[in-house]
Design a protein around this ligand. Structure first.
Ligand code: LM2
Ligand code: CA
Length: 471
């Protein structure tokens, strides 16, 4: 079986979704490595559909972000750059101490179009030199629905063998398809990639995922590849996220909803109640921490209403800080581009090629936010120490320690709050990593001989101290 999350250390992943390869490389060197991120997740690098003008006005957004989720070929010629740029990005990131995780589209090929970014001409169910009709469930008789699409998301055969939004579903139950998919992933591992976010893993199913995984080579570090499965909740039995944790780590998509509900509450613009997070994680019904890749949002949930997003500003930042502090799952910080309609393209040339990521101009760059990088540092500092000394005001101020290695307080109100709390720390004066950075130029938390501190927590803000940051 695929490995669990690493324990402690530099495990935070920045999800630089749809950043082009030169921008990811630059970011690894100038930001991610220096700020303590241990990994970067990148968008699907395989060749994909490139939509063409129809001339009937129906394609006002010619190159929606989701083109990259329709695979045409396993050559690495994509909207994010070419194969040489991809390889160079991976080695640059590795040199910066940042492992690269790839979004792997292996359940399906395309649902539309006839031309790819790499210039390949194709038809659905006919991808020259790679797959033909015999490689798709459409022609195998394994999909029981009338339309050929997934009509019932609680039906095992439909979920595995029918088409997800009309995308040509691969016969991942056959050895031909398994070995072609594995060859693609092994090429990436050979370039230095450390693992995968498996797109639509729920629609591949446990048996096929395990069979593909068994064919994968070790990473360049000599470890087994990380294997993070996209399985959204709501399905019964074998279709539930918990039923996939023996195959790999699963994406924390139910946690995403809980975080949104805690920070914003119901109805959506209410003030929230982060005191509920006392039981966030396995205690609130989520998948095991060591088998979960956790995040506040991803590219689907920032659009579909399940999650907070960059549009929530300080509340989103606070939720991200909370996730980095909490110790549930392997935390991922999501950072992509701003959008007005759900289909918007990332900033790109008229031809669809994504342009260099410029923070503040089209790109949101949450991973660079000083409040976020401070908590990455804090997260790395507390390691695997368990939560202790939980305190809350019953509403929107919380505080907890991570063992005796650090202590944090968070305030989801729009005004500052002063609290008197047991920190569990030894007597002393400690530097807040959020306002003080490495120089200790900000807030100082004074802990008395009983471990108690009186602290003012800024509006929508965090105070975080490390035991090691005692003055
Ligand atoms: C995923 N995980 O399981 C991705 O996270 C999600 O973003 C993908 O959907 C999906 N699975 C397939 O990889 C996105 C997007 C869809 C889009 C597909 C394929 O959310 O809207 O579907 O990518 O590009 C689009 C059209 C849809 C059409 C389909 C096929 O929106 O209307 O279906 O292409 O032509 C007829
Ligand atoms: Ca499938």
């Amino acid at each position: 079986a695929a490995p669990s999350n690493p324990v402690g250390g530099r495990d935070v992943i920045a999800n630089l979704w749809e950043w082009n390869w030169p921008s990811v490389a630059r970011e690894c060197t100038t930001q991610l490595g220096p700020k303590g991120y241990g990994g970067v997740q990148v968008a699907p690098p395989q060749d994909s559909v490139k939509r063409q003008r129809l001339g009937d006005g129906s394609d006002t957004i010619l190159h929606p972000w989701w083109e990259v989720y329709q695979a045409v070929d396993y050559a690495l010629t994509s909207r994010m750059g070419n194969e040489a740029q991809f390889r160079s990005m991976v080695s640059t990131c590795r040199r910066a101490g940042v492992k690269v995780y790839v979004d792997a589209v292996v359940n399906h090929m395309t649902g539309q179009g006839d031309t790819s970014y790499g210039g390949v001409k194709y038809a659905r169910y006919d991808y020259a030199g790679l797959y033909g009709q015999g490689n798709f469930h459409k022609y195998s008789g394994d999909c029981p629905s009338a339309s050929g699409g997934i009509e019932d998301f609680n039906n095992l055969q439909q979920v595995f063998n029918c088409e997800l939004v009309g995308l040509a579903d691969l016969r991942t139950d056959t050895s031909v398809v398994r070995s072609r998919v594995a060859a693609y992933l092994n090429k990436l591992l050979g370039y230095g990639v450390s693992g995968f976010r498996v797109d639509a893993a729920k629609h591949v199913g446990q048996a096929d995922l395990d069979a593909i995984y068994a064919r994968l080579h070790d990473t360049k570090d000599g470890t087994r590849p990380y294997w993070a499965l996209e399985v959204f909740g709501g399905g019964p039995g074998r279709l539930a996220p918990d039923a996939f944790v023996r195959s790999g780590v699963v994406l924390g998509l139910d946690g995403v909803k809980q975080l949104k509900s805690a920070f914003k509450s119901y109805p959506t613009d209410a003030a929230g109640s982060i005191a509920t997070l006392r039981d966030f994680g396995e205690d609130s019904g989520l998948t095991p921490s060591r088998r979960t890749l956790s995040f506040v949002q991803n590219h689907d949930t920032e659009r579909n209403g399940d999650a907070l997003s960059y549009k929530d500003g300080a509340t989103n930042r606070l939720a991200t800080q909370y996730l980095l502090a909490a110790g549930y799952g392997r935390p991922q910080v999501y950072s992509a581009f701003s959008f007005t309609t759900a289909d918007d393209s990332p900033p790109a040339t008229p031809d669809g090629m994504i342009t260099d990521a410029a923070c503040g101009s089209g790109w949101t760059c949450a991973h660079r936010d000083r409040g976020v990088t401070a908590l990455v540092r804090w997260h790395n500092g507390v390691g695997a120490a368990p939560q202790a000394h939980w305190w809350d005001d019953g509403a929107n101020v919380i505080a907890f320690s991570r063992g005796d290695r650090g202590w944090v307080a968070m305030n989801n109100n729009t005004v500052a709050r002063t609290v008197r709390v047991q920190t569990g720390l030894a007597r002393g004066r400690y530097c807040d990593v959020v306002t003080g950075g490495r120089s200790c130029s900000g807030t100082v938390v004074a802990v008395n001989g009983s471990g108690v501190a009186r602290v003012t927590v800024p509006a929508k803000g965090t105070v975080a101290v490390l035991a090691a940051s005692r003055r």
